[in-house]
Ligand binder design. Structure first.
Ligand code: ZN
Length: 303
């Protein structure tokens, strides 16, 4: 039995999968507010609760979290759940649970879930792309997460947005200190900010990405223009990754992946940006939705 745990900002979820990936049980609790010791206790309680419920012995435990593991120190870095930063999470969980625990970035868990039995199943090189509050991603090769020596593989969101086809690209600022990061254009807040820049009426100020996409489908001209810029920028930015990695499939996740025409719109625009006479790369929506993170954490262990 595999057990996956997803450490989110607002909830901690745990899932038990059998050897084939079938869900056996699932539990969810609210995250203890910014308290590291309580977080460790909560994970132990969730895992032991699942094991008691199923009566199938001890599982192998993988944990997804919103940060990276420093290859220098083994401690968590870059987590927006800041109580995790600087902590030896895998070590502390291993002590609490009395077994080895694998810990991985949640975008990598998303990619692993979709590569294992999701929209990227059967493909050798899977690029999982998160388009949500932030923009991130993960790379899975032959069923294993490709982490890299800096633990940043797949983090394309903080590269600069290509401006070759858009010389007047707005000069955005990113929280990371850089300018014109891809994330500042094709994240949910980035899309909403772009709409405010271009259609600065009172009504547009409060629209989020989903509302803009809905307006565009109803042929609101400002929203149609915003979405066209969004799709074009997403295609141009993804093309820079495809040119380097040439993945067998691109799987979209995060809240913006629910925008209905996103895959078709991006696929229609990609060929103009990719350095190839033909484009054989499928761009598909994820299969497991909100469950991809917790399922991918379970898949951190081989069968
Ligand atoms: Zn940035």
């Amino acid at each position: 039995m595999r057990i996956g745990v997803d450490l989110g900002g607002t909830k901690i979820e745990a899932i038990a999968l059998d050897a084939t990936g079938r869900e056996l049980a699932r539990r969810r609790i609210a995250s203890p507010s910014h308290d590291y010791a309580l977080t460790i206790d909560a994970v132990r309680a969730l895992v032991e609760g699942l094991e008691a419920e199923l009566g199938a012995g001890r599982g192998r435990v993988g944990v997804g979290m919103p940060g990276a593991i420093s290859s220098l120190t083994g401690r968590i870095k870059n987590a927006n759940s800041t109580e995790l930063n600087g902590r030896p999470l895998a070590e502390d969980l291993a002590r609490a649970l009395g077994r080895e625990v694998r810990v991985e970035n949640d975008a990598n868990c998303f990619a692993l879930s979709e590569a294992s039995d999701g929209a990227g199943a059967g493909r050798r090189l899977v690029l999982g792309v998160i388009l949500g509050t932030g923009v991130g991603g993960g790379i899975v090769h032959d069923g294993r997460v490709w982490v890299g020596p800096n633990a940043i593989a797949g983090e394309w969101g903080h590269n600069e947005m290509p401006s070759r086809t858009e010389p007047g690209l707005p000069d955005t600022r990113c929280y990371c200190g850089r300018r014109r990061c891809i994330e500042t254009f094709v994240s949910g807040p980035g899309l909403a900010a772009d709409h405010r820049r271009d259609a600065p009426s009172g009504a547009s100020a409060t629209l989020d990405a989903a509302a803009i996409a809905t307006l565009a489908r109803a042929s609101d001209p400002d929203a149609v223009a915003t979405m066209a810029r969004f799709y074009e920028r997403l295609a141009a930015a993804l093309a820079t990754v495809i040119n380097v990695l040439d993945p067998d499939v691109v799987v979209l996740g995060g809240g913006l992946s629910n925008i209905e025409p996103i895959c078709d719109e991006v696929l229609a625009r990609l060929p103009a940006h990719v350095f190839s006479d033909t484009l054989a790369t499928p761009v598909v929506r994820n299969r497991h939705g909100d469950s991809s993170g917790v399922r991918g954490a379970a898949w951190l262990w081989p069968a």
